[in-house]
Design a protein around this ligand. Structure first.
Ligand code: ATP
Ligand code: MG
Length: 552
């Protein structure tokens, strides 16, 4: 095993805080907004925060950032829980909800008002925008900025009591309308909005804004290092202002890192939601998506995702990670752990003319050639088999080493066979291939040192089970880039190929939905957890066997 010696920049900050006595026990958090399913980017945040808490013997908080009732739903809360647990981020059974702090947040707002650090403003949203100025021009003070603390307190209490219509007043921080940082130009802390909240119902008609709520949530929970993504860098001065003016003793510290982006896939809840809403994919767990539920359904394992995050590392500047790297990680994880099975995706019949008609024999097949510990299994072999259509050619292409008339190949783990002929229908489609076998080559071993150059897989026809196989490509067209100029997605028309009549070896009948395997020569597959039944088995291809990516 390779040891990672150098610490990432977040670890360096934490270690310094510990050394210099600013931090006794590390507390991190993962704060999803329950407005969609989690995706691979969130997995990075989960594993990073959870990993740091573990590394430094601290606590990891799993908190729903549910302060905005418009887009949030219970369905999302459930799916997010499932995903966090699946990734193995142990949150000690307690989940935090930001909405549980609404009372405390309200108290903080009153505290700021009394200090003269917040005021109620009656400007309309348009006026507020106008007064805010631009990046090159300073803003102007609101005419309501100099209201006394007493007046502000009364107005704010009346806002809470429901005396004013939605949008007619806001509570603002009193900071600096000329600040070079737009976020510091008297940002809004509270707005009036009559909306039912999934946790607090109709108790509140005022809701805190994200930039006010988030630092408070962290501070209430004693979070020490609040790790977020780069788009919040410009908000850090406001984050610091909130925890400082609210006079917390050990205020949390915000640290930003770069979001994880993958090439040729759609990350971003907004875009994924659109694909789901438009019916382009079969729900949030469609295996072509990179939501965690989709990756799970496709057959990705938590270990493969952890491995991927280790390879990616933590950075301070944006870049896109090659999707092939994720594929490398799942291949690497399954390689020695999963059995290798025979499945013929595009079957054509092979008849061994000199094999006894009613004979069946059981050949020994290693479950995993690279891992002897996985043992062997018995697989039936007889006169009629299925092989892949592309393993026979009427005309031999250059360098082709599989079946063509006169050529000898190895049927994997069984016998050497020599092709003698074929039948075709009126359209020229091959219907049956004929061979003779060499009984002395049992087990696929050469009886006299003669070599064959091709090895193909097979399934005994009378014992084969029929299956549906789904092959996936990335959902976006790699050539064209992910998004069109108008913001729509460049869909890949070939992202899903359904094969209805694949034949799999009988052993596969013993497995359950969610189990995964290598299908020899064609890739890693997972029995679909949604659509697979005893009568109708469905296999998703997780990844093909070949890789374009090699780790350093
Ligand atoms: P999206 O951009 O997909 O809408 P979000 O940032 O709005 O995601 P939240 O629920 O607010 O989603 O995010 C929860 C946590 O996950 C935040 O700390 C956020 O910074 C982090 N996160 C979101 N997307 C990524 C990503 N691509 N890479 C790393 N961390 C991410
Ligand atoms: Mg968000």
């Amino acid at each position: 095993m390779e040891e990672t010696i150098s610490k990432n920049f977040i670890e360096q900050i934490i270690e310094k805080d510990i050394e210099e006595g600013r931090c006794k026990k590390v507390v991190t958090r993962f704060p999803p907004e329950p407005n969609g399913y989690l995706h691979i980017g969130h997995a990075k945040s989960i594993l990073l925060n959870y990993g740091l808490a573990k590394e430094y013997g601290g606590d990891f908080h799993f908190r729903f950032d549910d302060t905005n009732p418009t887009k949030e739903r219970e369905e999302y809360v459930e799916s997010i829980k499932e995903d966090v647990e699946w990734l193995g981020a142990d949150y000690d059974g307690s989940i935090y909800f930001a909405s549980d702090y609404f009372d405390k947040m309200y108290e903080c707002a009153e505290f700021l008002i009394k200090k003269g650090k917040a005021y109620v403003c009656d400007l309309t949203p348009d006026e507020i925008r106008e007064y805010r100025g631009t990046l090159t021009e300073p803003g102007k003070n609101s005419p309501y900025r100099d209201r006394t603390p007493e007046e502000n307190l009364q107005l704010f209490r009346d806002m809470k009591a429901g005396k004013y219509p939605d949008g007619s007043k806001v509570l603002r921080a009193k900071i600096d309308m000329t600040s070079g940082n737009m976020n510091m130009r008297d940002p809004i802390l509270y707005r009036i909005a009559r909306m039912e909240h999934h946790n607090t119902g109709n108790k509140w008609c005022i809701y805190p804004m994200y930039d006010f709520a988030h630092p408070l949530e962290d501070a209430f929970e004693g979070v020490t290092h609040s790790i977020c993504t780069l788009e919040f860098e410009d908000h850090r001065p406001l984050y610091d202002w909130v925890v400082q003016e609210c006079e917390f003793e050990n205020p949390p510290k915000q640290i930003e890192f770069a979001k994880l982006y993958l090439t040729n896939v759609v990350t971003g809840k907004r875009y994924i939601k659109k694909l789901v809403d438009d019916g382009i994919v079969d729900g949030w767990d469609d295996p072509r998506l990179v939501t965690l539920s989709a990756l799970r359904r496709r057959g990705y394992t938590p270990d493969s995702i952890r491995k991927f995050m280790e390879l990616v590392g933590v950075a301070k500047s944006h870049s896109s990670v090659d999707y092939a790297m994720l594929e490398y990680c799942i291949r690497d994880d399954l390689k020695l752990k999963r059995p290798r099975m025979a499945a013929v995706l595009d079957p054509v019949k092979l008849v061994i003319t000199n094999y006894p008609d009613d004979q069946v024999e059981y050949v020994d097949v290693p479950n995993n050639q690279e891992n002897e510990e996985m043992g062997t299994r018995k697989v039936p072999f007889c006169k009629e088999l299925y092989i892949e259509r592309e393993d026979f050619k009427i005309e031999r292409p250059k360098k082709y080493r599989r079946l063509y008339i006169g050529n000898e190949v190895r049927l994997m783990n069984a016998y050497f066979v020599t092709c003698t002929g074929y039948d075709a229908d009126e359209d020229g489609n091959v219907t049956t291939v004929y061979c003779t076998y060499d009984p002395a080559s049992r087990g696929g071993n050469s009886p006299d040192g003669r070599k064959v150059r091709g090895t193909i897989h097979w399934v005994a026809a009378p014992y084969a089970k029929q299956a549906e196989v789904r092959l996936y490509e990335n959902i976006v067209d790699e050539e064209k880039g992910v998004y069109n100029e108008d913001g729509s997605i460049n869909l890949n028309p070939n992202s899903l190929t359904i094969i209805k009549n694949a034949c799999v070896e009988p052993t596969l009948g013993e497995y359950k939905p969610g189990d995964s395997f290598q299908f020899m020569r064609t890739g890693y597959f997972c029995m679909d957890i949604k659509d697979s039944t005893e009568e109708h088995r469905v296999f998703n291809r997780i990844v093909s066997l070949k890789s374009s990516y090699k780790p350093n």
